[in-house]
Design a protein around this ligand. Structure first.
Ligand code: SF4
Ligand code: SF4
Length: 360
């Protein structure tokens, strides 16, 4: 069984969460990684401006300082998005990171965009054990790193069910072309009965795929749609869904395969902060209220075990909506299947869902 190290959010007077994160890394064996004189990519989601549940830079600084103290050369990184928003090219992305408080001073290391100015600087690498994909398109800077550290905010996701280590690495390290490959099996539909014609969805589509008919209802042109799923989360009326449950499963499996491609042959380590657990991912420029109380910080060498441990902890917690424990992710996103990425990741040898929790 993989070990997943955990610390809760309680802090005695004089002990901050950052101290607790540092102790967690020490106990989890972070220092066993041979950092000396090696480049360590700390993969993080800087958060779309306006989203206040994304991670604060303080967590990143604690991780970067630890790597520096161990002789390594850390940098924070992320790749361009497919979305309309402020992270679809390196300049906008850096400005967004700065706006959210990420800079060399606050983080103790530089920020390097993973896939170049326009999200096109990628490398085609093999997917070990890939069943759906033989190769993956990963940001070149990410692939140039010697060591991968995932620092993720654990939360819900409209297509994958949840976002944690696998999504941070698999989707997050794909270039824009790589993200298209992962998304392109899922092209959503509009349910006209639920559509109010508010037109909000069209503002979230970077590909001009949404138009409106004489009835004022939204329509999606599947010849233009790349299946990024952004419009699903942007519709407050649940009028857009991915018609095929299989499409979401395929997306999740491809995320697992991209994760395998990024991590193959390199030391890697995973940290997930399960706090402000919002229903949607941090790619939205807004964040709904948390679905459960803050839980804690997890750390592991196994990206599958850490995601499973986070899911189990969230599902064991009482909902902030109705006070009940249960499968919160399926309740929020019934069309998404959170098990798909984990089952597939385990099947291709990326890690295991059986784990032992070590409480710090
Ligand atoms: S956001 Fe939803 S309700 Fe509004 S136009 Fe789009 S599909 Fe219709
Ligand atoms: S219509 Fe297609 S491309 Fe546009 S936001 Fe929705 S899923 Fe993405």
């Amino acid at each position: 069984m993989s070990k997943v190290f955990f610390t809760d959010m309680r802090c005695r007077v004089g002990t901050s969460l950052l101290h607790k994160l540092g102790s967690l890394l020490d106990k989890a064996g972070f220092a066993q990684i041979p950092f000396t004189k090696r480049y360590a990519a700390v993969k993080i989601h800087f958060g779309e401006p306006g989203n206040l549940s994304a991670l604060r830079p303080n967590y990143a600084k604690t991780v970067a300082d630890k790597i520096t103290a161990l002789g390594g050369r850390p940098f924070l990184t992320d790749c361009s998005t497919l979305y309309v928003g402020r992270r679809s090219n390196a300049l906008d992305h850096l400005e967004s990171a700065w706006e959210n408080g990420y800079n060399a001073l606050s983080c103790g290391c530089p920020i390097l965009m993973g896939d170049g100015l326009k999200g096109t600087d990628d490398v085609e690498v093999p997917v070990p054990g890939g069943q759906l994909l033989k190769t993956a398109l990963i940001g070149r800077t990410v692939m140039d790193a010697d060591i991968i550290i995932s620092l993720s905010h654990f939360k819900g996701h409209e297509c994958a069910g949840f976002g944690g280590a696998l999504k941070n690495i698999g989707m997050g390290c794909g270039s824009r072309a790589g993200k298209m490959v992962m998304h392109n099996d899922g092209k959503p539909q509009v349910y006209p009965g639920a559509c109010t014609g508010c037109r909000f969805c069209s503002r979230s589509c970077a590909h001009g795929a949404i138009s409106f008919g004489a009835d004022g209802k939204a329509r999606i042109d599947h010849t233009k749609c790349v299946g990024c799923g952004r419009c699903i989360g942007s519709c407050a009326f649940h009028a857009i869904e991915n018609d095929s449950a299989g499409a979401n499963d395929t997306l999740s499996k491809k995320i697992a395969e991209y994760t395998a491609a990024v991590l193959a042959g390199r030391e890697h380590f995973h940290i997930s902060v399960a706090a402000q657990i919002s229903p949607y991912c941090d790619c939205h420029g807004d964040n709904d209220a948390a679905i459960v109380p803050d839980i804690g910080i997890f750390a592991s060498f196994d990206p599958v075990a850490i995601d499973r441990a986070c899911i189990d902890a969230v599902n064991a917690a009482p909902s902030l909506r109705d006070g009940q424990a249960g499968d919160h992710f399926s309740g929020i996103h019934p069309a998404a299947n959170w098990r798909a990425a984990l089952d597939h990741a385990e099947a291709i040898g990326l890690g295991e869902q059986q784990y032992n929790i070590v409480r710090i």
